[in-house]
Write a protein of this length. Structure first.
Length: 195
């Protein structure tokens, strides 16, 4: 047995090493986003309505970018910490767990950017295109323009996503139902704060 003198600096070195691996720019971004969201929703009555909608919309969109960074392993190497940073559902409609699963599938897939297989593709096969009918094709065509993508795109995407998810839950997908239950709790907390 070897007798060693206690190394009191080891825990300090580990702490310093762990802190140095944190991506502080992303932490700062998270603080700005959540702090801004709390400030706008707390002081909304004293702000111009357009400022509330403009700043609030910007912060919620920025939060989506933060979630994307978190999904890719930022700002720490600890998934639990990262998921805690990305989980709050500021946008209300998209559960973080589903976004994470779908986005990582998109990156893990050997069919990345394959218009038929990529889960993030907006490509329509000839059969799907014909099944849409005239109105569906008109909406899809409009959604390929910049103006359409900015005005109609979010509505089409969110409604399509929610219909698809409701179908899964109604068909008995318990894992999806559990994700939506946790999400509903988060949405309730956000709404309690906002309202």
């Amino acid at each position: 047995m070897i007798n060693r003198e206690p190394d009191d600096t080891l825990p300090l070195q580990r702490t310093i090493s762990a802190i140095s691996r944190v991506e502080w720019q992303t932490v700062t971004l998270a603080i700005i986003i959540y702090g801004g969201f709390f400030a706008v929703t707390w002081f909304w009555q004293s702000l111009p309505v357009m400022a509330v909608f403009g700043i609030g919309g910007w912060l919620i969109a920025w939060h989506g970018s933060l979630q994307h960074e978190v999904i890719h392993g930022h700002p720490t190497r600890n998934r639990f910490v990262n998921d805690a940073v990305g989980w709050p559902p500021l946008s209300l409609w998209l559960p973080y767990a589903i976004y994470r699963e779908g986005h990582l599938t998109h990156h893990r897939d050997e069919h990345l950017t394959d218009p038929i297989e990529d889960p993030e593709s907006s490509y329509f096969t000839q059969t799907a295109w014909e099944r849409m009918g005239g109105t569906g094709r008109l909406l899809a065509a409009w959604n390929t323009t910049l103006l359409g993508r900015l005005t109609l795109g979010p509505i089409v995407m969110i409604v399509s996503f929610l219909v698809q998810e409701a179908t899964l839950v109604l068909k008995g997908d318990r894992q999806r139902a559990a994700i939506w239950m946790r999400h509903a709790i988060g949405v309730a907390l956000v709404l309690v704060w906002v309202i």
